[in-house]
Design a protein around this ligand. Structure first.
Ligand code: NI
Length: 249
């Protein structure tokens, strides 16, 4: 159930039975020679839609550009600064809160967003809970979940890709995009097949150490079938996490 595909009357009726909304958040950044620039936003969005269907929950618009400063050495990458992302999340949540939404479940597709999203939650709580203005006892809760979270997802990626999963342009995320966008599957020579691992500092250093953009991964092992299994497992895990979040006292 997508917010954008409802009428205002339908949203009002939904709010009569649920105060929860799912918000996908991703990034627009290079994902190596065979990964799409939109990988993180695409994965978050399609999985959030699936969780919304599984849990009968409303899904809001995707935040498609995140914190990707270190990817800016590669063409097509976009970033917002942390203060901008905090402002976007703050405005999204508080505008939805005005209508009565009180449980905000963010499904994230990019590790680089996590610290900033948590900072945004702190800003929202400081405002909503009345730290600096009139006292209020109304409550609003936010939660962040990554689509790859949990032991089941970790075990599945391990079984499929072993040590070739990597940490950026992972075999798993490329597989999920291949499953949901079969017309956009890219063929590329990956040399070496498994990219180097390690630390970096800033866009120039990143590109010097990881010249094709990947870190530690061999996304040449990705297939649409692996992607289907990861997609299904992620939806099943996140639907449980979402329902537990909504059901908390
Ligand atoms: Ni990614």
């Amino acid at each position: 159930m997508l917010l954008q595909h409802q009428t205002w009357q339908e949203v009002e009726a939904y709010l009569g039975r649920s105060k929860a909304i799912i918000l996908p958040i991703g990034s627009t950044e290079q994902h190596g020679p065979n990964g799409l620039i939109g990988t993180d936003a695409i994965c978050a969005e399609v999985i959030a839609k699936g969780v919304g269907e599984a849990a009968g929950a409303m899904v809001g618009p995707t935040i498609g550009v995140g914190i990707a400063v270190h990817h800016m050495g590669f063409a097509g990458s976009m970033t917002v600064r942390p203060l901008t992302l905090i402002a976007i999340i703050y405005d999204y949540v508080l505008s939805l809160a005005r209508h009565g939404f009180r449980r905000f479940f963010f499904i994230n597709g990019h590790g680089g967003n996590i610290a900033t999203v948590q900072a945004a939650f702190s800003e929202i709580y400081a405002e909503f809970e009345g730290a600096f203005s009139a006292r209020r006892d109304d409550e609003l809760r936010c939660r962040l979940a990554n689509w790859w979270d949990g032991k089941a997802m970790h075990d599945l990626a391990k079984e499929m890709f072993g040590d070739n999963e990597g940490s950026h342009a992972t075999a798993s995320e490329v597989a999920v995009t291949q499953y949901v966008l079969p017309d956009s599957i890219k063929q590329a020579v990956l040399d070496p097949p498994r990219a180097p691992s390690g630390r970096f500092h800033g866009p120039a250093d990143y590109r010097r150490r990881f010249p094709d953009g990947r870190i530690g991964s061999n996304p040449g092992l990705a297939t649409p079938e692996y992607g289907r299994r990861l997609f299904d497992a992620s939806i099943s895990e996140l639907a449980k996490t979402f329902l537990a979040f909504v059901g908390e006292n």
